[in-house]
Ligand binder design. Structure first.
Ligand SMILES: [Zn+2]
Length: 166
């Protein structure tokens, strides 16, 4: 039986439904139909500009970002879909927090909607450090489809991990 690690936080009846859809090979066509479009954000510089533009639009007041990169060493699950690091530096007399965002390199080739979703997730952490109710409310405020996108991303990652036929 599939353990479905990316869906561990969902109720068993949801996982059971996903197992059925997987067994019937219905998830890949469904994701292809919903998320055909890829994106052209392939370099760290492009990613930085994309993330900063979204921050300007939605979270202008949050702490500045000093670095945004694709990280090829990340394990998506280890960091609950992303890695957010708070770097504190002493500048003059004040302690100023500046932040970096690392996006798993999986997203370079993922559909554009999933990249947007993970960037929303990471930006929301600038204001809400933990995965609280307030955190998800902020995500949904920035991206009204957030919950569906996160669920479908988990399906996408689940498919990606399946052993492929030769
Ligand atoms: Zn998170």
């Amino acid at each position: 039986m599939q353990t479905l690690k990316y869906l561990a936080g969902y109720p068993e009846h949801v996982r059971e439904r996903v197992r059925t859809l997987l067994a019937e090979d219905r998830i890949a066509p469904m994701l292809r139909e919903r998320y055909g479009a890829s994106h052209a954000i392939r370099t760290d510089r492009q990613l930085y500009e994309y993330v900063v533009a979204m921050k300007e639009r939605h979270l202008r007041q949050a702490v500045p970002l000093h670095k945004v990169v694709y990280d090829r060493r990340l394990q998506v699950m280890q960091h609950a879909l992303g890695l957010h690091t708070s770097v504190s530096r002493v500048q003059g007399h004040r302690l100023k927090a500046s932040r970096e965002i690392r996006i798993d390199a999986v997203f370079i080739d993922a559909p554009a909607d999933f990249l947007r979703m993970i960037v929303v997730h990471e930006l929301a952490h600038l204001r809400e450090p933990d995965h609280t109710r307030a955190f998800y409310q902020l995500c949904s405020h920035i991206e009204p489809d957030y919950h569906r996108l996160e669920f479908d991303l988990r399906l996408y990652l689940t498919l990606r991990d399946l052993p492929r036929d030769a």
